[in-house]
Design a protein around this ligand. Structure first.
Ligand SMILES: [Zn+2]
Length: 333
């Protein structure tokens, strides 16, 4: 076996299809499966890549494939062409989380195919108006996962030229019936052969102006997410949702369920915290003006420190809750 880093081998037109799928859901996750084989140098060679099945579910922070579609395509490719289910892909849309979430890791290890040494996970992100593929190679024997690269093969997918195969893949697939909202137009990238992460440019009719879609915002959310991942209860996950155009982040720490609500003009307006001790009926809510620090790391640290202190105080039953209720605060959850 070679010591060089493995590289995902992907046909050019398959990459174009992934881009279309990802850009159709700019604010929720989408995904699919990869079928093919492993080369001698443990390079995953993707023969067929599928998108979402028609009965899948797209969430802001989750994607559930249509199991009937997955089984039908998988069984066909395996029995007719000896292709293996070598991996899965899903998007983390615009939150710029290139790495697998703790939920992704739990899911991959839990469902790792029996008797298989490697499994591929590709996370697609939309960054600076481009789609980026972030492949991760999971190794069973060492229980590790590593970032690898993608090589786009500058040719069309030969397997998809077979009419029977193409029909099988499209039968039960989600149809692009609904236009993306807001509509997105993209122009295919001229870059075709590169070991760099491939990109496809697209142009939005207008910037939606959300702070968390700005360069600063995606970086901030990414930093905050990495800090929160270290403090949440084991085997729980961080969830991000959009409610009334406000980004909300929820997670569990010390059996408290915590909700952070970012106002639309964050960081100019106060961040709202909502904390509920499991088993208690009413949540404790407070808002805090946390001044941006010298840099983003400082700012995120201040937020996380504040949060840890408050949760500790709530759990110790020492918090003078009224102090934080100077205003009659209503939280829409
Ligand atoms: Zn994920």
């Amino acid at each position: 076996m070679s010591n060089t880093k493995p590289v995902v081998l992907l046909f050019q037109d398959d990459y174009e299809r992934v881009k279309d799928w990802v850009l159709s859901y700019p604010d929720s996750e989408t995904g699919g499966q990869m079928f093919g084989l492993w080369t001698q140098d443990r390079n995953p060679y993707i023969n067929i890549i599928t998108g979402p099945g028609k009965n899948c579910r797209h969430g802001t922070h989750s994607f559930h494939q249509d199991i009937d579609y997955l089984k039908s395509v998988g069984t066909f490719l395996n029995t007719e062409f000896m292709m293996c289910h070598i991996g899965e892909w899903h998007s983390h849309h615009r939150l710029r989380l290139r790495q697998p979430s703790s939920g992704d890791l739990n899911s991959i290890w839990k469902h790792f195919p029996a008797g298989v040494e490697y499994f591929l996970l590709i996370i697609a992100t939309i960054e600076n108006d481009r789609v980026r593929l972030n492949p991760w190679l999971f190794t069973a024997s060492s229980h590790t996962y590593d970032a690898i690269e993608v090589k786009i093969m500058n040719k069309g997918n030969v397997f998809m030229r077979d009419e029977v195969v193409a029909n099988k893949i499209s039968c039960g697939a989600e149809t692009p019936s609904q236009p993306p909202n807001p509509p997105i137009y993209y122009y295919p990238s001229t870059q075709t052969k590169t070991s760099e992460a491939p990109v496809g440019e697209y142009v939005k009719p207008e910037n939606d102006g959300q702070w968390f879609h700005s360069d600063w915002g995606v970086h901030f959310v990414q930093l905050l997410n990495s800090k929160l991942e270290k403090m949440i209860d084991a085997s729980t996950t961080i969830e991000k949702t959009l409610k009334k155009q406000c980004l909300q982040i929820s997670f569990q720490r010390k059996k408290c369920s915590v909700l952070l609500i970012f106002p639309q003009n964050f960081p100019n307006s106060a961040l709202v915290f909502n904390c509920k001790v499991l088993g208690d009926s009413s949540p404790v809510a407070w808002d805090a003006h946390i001044e941006p620090g010298q840099d983003d790391v400082d700012f995120v640290n201040h937020i996380v420190d504040h949060l840890k202190e408050q949760i500790h105080a709530i759990m110790s039953n020492k918090l003078a809750v009224r102090k934080y209720h100077a205003r009659n605060y209503e939280v829409n959850v």
